[in-house]
Design a binder for this molecule. Structure first.
Ligand code: AMP
Length: 284
C-alpha cells in the first residue's frame, strides 16, 4: 500500500493509474477506522481496480475546538486496517498541506445544509464540502463512497458534486452497526461503559418509531415527542434534535411515510452521536 502525503504525489499516482486504464474508487475518512469504514473500502475494492482512502481530520468542519482536540487519532492502527482491506493508496495529508497559510477559498453548502447537522454545527457542511472537493481534486476518482450513517452529509455532497460539475459518482453505503444496534462511530470509544450500554436506546427507539409509522400514519410531531421523552427517560442521553424528513430532498415532513427518514443527534456526556432510519427499511 502506498502512503501518500502530498497533493502533488496523489495527483501523479492517480494520473498514472488512469494512464494504465485503471478505475479508481475513493473513500474519504477522518481515521480511527472501524468496520463501518472497512465496509466502504470493501465496496470500492469490489467495484474498482484501485482504491484510495484518505485520512484527514478536517479542522474546517469542526465548529467546536474541544471536539476537534478530542477526536481519536490512531494512524499506525489505521494503516494496518487499510492494508488488510486491500486499499492501494492511503492519502494522509497534513493540515498545512491541505490548508496552507494563504488558503482562502471555501464552498458554501447552501439550503440543504441549513437544518439538522448544519443548524446545530454552524459552518460544518461548508467545511465538509470544501474538504471533499479538495480531496476529489487530489484523487480524481471515478466514484466516492459515503456512509448513510451521515445521511445529510451524503445529500450535501451529491448536491455539491452536481452543482460544480464534478465527474464523480457518489455511492452511499448502509450503516454498519454493533450486534446490539448501535451505529459504529469513531466517537463510540469515548463513551463511558454505562453510556455505551444506554446508547443502544437510540436505534432501538428509531426502529420502534419507524415500525409504528409503517403500521399507522404518525405525525412527525408525535415521533419527535416520543423519541425525546422515551430516550431521555430511559438513559442519560440528551436529545439535540429529532427531525422527520423527506428521504430525497431532506425537507421536514408533517407525517412520517415510507418516503421519510428519521434523523437524530443525541449527547451522552460530551460525546455526540448521530443516527437515522429510513421508515421504508424498518423491520416489520
Ligand atoms: P468519518 O471518518 O467519520 O468521517 O467517516 C468516513 C466515512 O465513513 C463517512 O462517509 C461515514 O458516513 C462513513 N461511516 C462512518 N460510520 C459508518 C458506519 N457505522 N457505517 C457505514 N459507514 C460509516
Amino acid at each position: 500500500m502506498h502512503i501518500v502525503r502530498s497533493i502533488d504525489e496523489m495527483q501523479q499516482w492517480s494520473a498514472n493509474e488512469r494512464n494504465l486504464g485503471k478505475t479508481i474508487g475513493f473513500v474519504p475518512t477522518m481515521g480511527a477506522l472501524h468496520n463501518g469504514h472497512s465496509e466502504l473500502f470493501g465496496r470500492s475494492v469490489l467495484e474498482h481496480d484501485r482504491t484510495v482512502v484518505s485520512i484527514f481530520v478536517n479542522a474546517l468542519q469542526f465548529n467546536n475546538s474541544a471536539d476537534l482536540e478530542a477526536y481519536p487519532r490512531q494512524l499506525e492502527k489505521d494503516i494496518v486496517i487499510a492494508e488488510e482491506t486491500n486499499v492501494d493508496a492511503l492519502f494522509v495529508p497534513s493540515h498545512d498541506e491541505m490548508y496552507p497559510p494563504n488558503f482562502s477559498s471555501t464552498i458554501s453548502a447552501g439550503d440543504i445544509a441549513a437544518h439538522m447537522e448544519g443548524l446545530h454545527r454552524p459552518g460544518h457542511f461548508d467545511g465538509v464540502a470544501t474538504v471533499v472537493v479538495k480531496l476529489l481534486n487530489a484523487v480524481s476518482p471515478d466514484a466516492a463512497y459515503f456512509g448513510i450513517k451521515d445521511f445529510q452529509q451524503v445529500a450535501v455532497i451529491r448536491q455539491v458534486v452536481r452543482d460544480l460539475n464534478i465527474a464523480c459518482q457518489i455511492v452511499s453505503v448502509p450503516t454498519v452497526r454493533e450486534a446490539d444496534g448501535l451505529a459504529l462511530s469513531s466517537r463510540n470509544v469515548r463513551l463511558t461503559s454505562e453510556d455505551r450500554q444506554e446508547a443502544v436506546q437510540i436505534y432501538r427507539l428509531l426502529r420502534e418509531l419507524a415500525t409504528l409509522s409503517l403500521e399507522t400514519p404518525t405525525s412527525s410531531a408525535d415521533i419527535k415527542k416520543a423519541f425525546i421523552t422515551r430516550l431521555e427517560s430511559s438513559s442519560n442521553g440528551i436529545v439535540e434534535y429529532v427531525e422527520v424528513v423527506d428521504s430525497q430532498n431532506l425537507r421536514p415532513t408533517i407525517t412520517a411515510t415510507t418516503d421519510s427518514t428519521i434523523c437524530v443527534a443525541v449527547w451522552f456526556g460530551d460525546v455526540r452521536l448521530i443516527d437515522n432510519i429510513s421508515i421504508d427499511s424498518s423491520p416489520s
